[in-house]
Design a protein around this ligand. Structure first.
Ligand SMILES: [Zn+2]
Length: 160
């Protein structure tokens, strides 16, 4: 009976959305990272003593060798960096942090060995290329989150 119904009936699709506000702690490491960013405009990274990788945002434990990273092994990096990879966003959606067009990018901040994901904006995106030097634009009213860096933009203006 049920199989016959499945064969003969096209199910009705319902399109909807779920509004689901939530919050969670960013923990000791995340809190220190965001406080440094918010209060001092400093981008901090954690340096693994064993494999020498320098992670941004900082990690409590090295994702490569799983060694615990002591907080006195933190270093200030950047604030400038080099564009490694990017993708341009032209689709406007309320989930986007800023109005398109902009780019999501992996940026090699000076002093880090691992890429940092952030936004590139304020330039002709067609002129971007891997290797473009970037600088952060800090928020005027920092809140203690990743958008205390509003976005990165080419050093020296358009096209880098
Ligand atoms: Zn390591």
């Amino acid at each position: 009976m049920e199989d016959q119904w499945r064969r003969e009936t096209k199910p009705i699709d319902f399109e909807g959305g779920i509004f689901m506000p939530y919050s969670w702690t960013v923990g000791r490491v995340g809190s220190r990272f965001f406080i440094e960013l918010r209060d001092n405009g400093r981008i901090m990274a954690s340096a693994c003593r064993k494999c020498k990788d320098i992670w941004v945002p900082p990690r409590m434990r090295c994702p490569v060798c799983f060694s615990e990273i002591d907080e006195d092994a933190w270093v200030e990096i950047g604030p400038e960096g080099t564009l490694r990879h990017y993708t341009v966003v032209r689709y406007d959606h309320k989930a986007q942090p800023i109005k398109p067009p902009f780019a999501y990018a992996i940026i090699d901040l000076d002093g880090a060995t691992r890429g940092f994901t952030h936004l590139v904006y304020g330039t002709e995106l067609e002129d971007l290329k891997s290797g473009t030097r970037l600088k952060p634009v800090f928020a005027l009213d920092p809140q203690g989150n990743i958008l205390d860096i509003e976005y990165f933009t080419p050093v020296g203006g358009q096209g880098g």
